[in-house]
Write a protein that binds this ligand. Structure first.
Ligand code: SF4
Ligand code: SF4
Length: 390
């Protein structure tokens, strides 16, 4: 069977190297929830192989069950890490989603989200002019930053910009940047979605316009270092853009946890407050497994006066997903929340009184899970937590 979209992402021989050992089943958060082979990475690969085996006359029939299962994946890539045959699972899942899209088989939630991102330039289909709505309480400080020339750019991202209940993340970020004396700019209405939701479904060609727009606007302002809170934005700029555009993007991309570590090391960020508290750190999939950033957030937390950091049973490359990735929140909201609840339970087991993460989505997911399941533990982004010590 011809699969032109899938072929753009992985070699068509890739699924065939699966030895069906089943190790990937032991780490997949979706398989843990569903319990059916068809929901496991191995089961999905088996079906992809069946598709590839089909002759011309058998083409055209892709059953709904398969489509449903392909979108039951957080793209956490834990399967990739454990696979002995080193199948490039991240690219494979992107590619098969692209293939389904080219056949008009995406679930409605996915199509709507894709369309909003492409046409409205944010995944919430909000007027993009409202990008600074998060700053409505500090407009006098923030509006002068919009579109100013500066070497450091702060890319707020759709989730933090439009989700009022985490406005504390960008507010804390700018408070820290100000405290450290950093001259920075933000794009405001000129900021377009980084394209992460498109990358999740293999919509790379549609993401080119977003990437080129963002890079052009940042270049116009003289930005040389770009800072993001969102692990998804970070991964898009750092990993996807150079691959997508086939060139070095010419801007250093730094996650805010890394930038905090840099400011502390350079003596630009000092702490006036001390607080005796035990916290645990949740590694976001897109910052950890996808980008290999594990040490800097821990360095930052260990630098805070009075703070004790304890690790969960699963951390760093073995970290469990918060359930918010891969657009699963859109297609399977209850399952997504149950995965987050599992992670919160693991954090409670450490005795920590707060979970600190470095991603806006993880923060939202775990807060919602703790609230819904009535679990007593605080959840904050590293920017919110650090801001309390300055
Ligand atoms: S771990 Fe790799 S080889 Fe083993 S079943 Fe999963 S995909 Fe196949
Ligand atoms: S990426 Fe994560 S959720 Fe998706 S199949 Fe692999 S382990 Fe399961």
């Amino acid at each position: 069977m011809k699969t032109p979209e899938l072929d753009k992402f992985v070699d068509e021989t890739e699924p065939w190297v699966c030895t069906q050992c089943g190790y990937c089943r032991t780490v997949c958060p979706i398989f843990e929830q569903v319990g059916w082979e068809s929901a496991s990475p191995r089961g999905k690969l088996y079906y992809i192989k069946e598709l590839l085996r089909r002759t011309e006359s058998q083409q055209g029939v892709i059953d709904d069950e398969f489509v449903k299962r392909i979108f039951q994946c957080t793209l956490c890539v834990r399967c990739e890490g454990i696979c002995q045959t080193k199948i490039d699972m991240g690219r494979l899942w992107q590619g098969i989603r692209a293939e389904l899209g080219s056949r008009g088989l995406w679930p409605k939630e996915i199509q709507d989200l894709f369309d909003a991102t492409v046409t409205q330039h944010n995944l919430y289909a909000m007027p993009n002019e409202q990008r600074t709505v998060w700053a409505m309480m500090i407009e006098d400080e923030i509006l002068p930053k919009v579109g100013k020339v500066a070497e450091v750019g702060y890319f707020v991202g759709c989730v933090a910009a439009f989700t009022g209940r985490i406005a504390g993340i960008p507010e804390s970020t700018v408070a820290i940047l100000d405290a450290a004396g950093v001259d920075y700019t933000i794009l405001g209405p000129d900021e377009w979605c980084c394209g992460n939701p498109l990358f999740f479904v293999g919509g790379h060609s549609a993401a080119v316009e977003l990437a080129e727009h963002n890079l052009e606007k940042l270049r116009e302002l003289g930005v040389r270092t770009l800072v993001t809170n969102c692990a998804g934005c970070f991964r898009s700029f750092r990993n996807e853009y150079p691959q997508l555009l086939g060139r070095d993007i010419g801007i250093e991309v730094v996650h805010f946890s890394q930038y905090l570590a840099r400011l502390i090391e350079e003596g630009k960020l000092t702490f006036t407050q001390s607080k005796a508290i035990t916290v645990t750190y949740h590694d976001p999939c897109e910052l950890g497994r996808h980008c290999g950033i594990y040490d800097e957030p821990r360095y930052v937390l260990n630098s805070l006066p009075g703070v004790t950091l304890v690790e969960m049973a699963n951390s760093r490359a073995e970290s469990e997903c918060c359930g918010g990735g891969g657009l699963v929140k859109g297609t399977n909201p209850d399952m997504s929340l149950d995965i987050a609840a599992g992670r919160v339970d693991q954090a409670v087991g450490t005795g920590a009184s707060e979970i600190i993460s470095s991603c806006v989505t993880c923060r939202l997911q775990m807060s919602e899970a703790a609230r819904t399941k009535d679990v007593e533990i605080g959840i904050r982004d590293i920017a919110e937590f650090v801001a309390d010590f300055i």
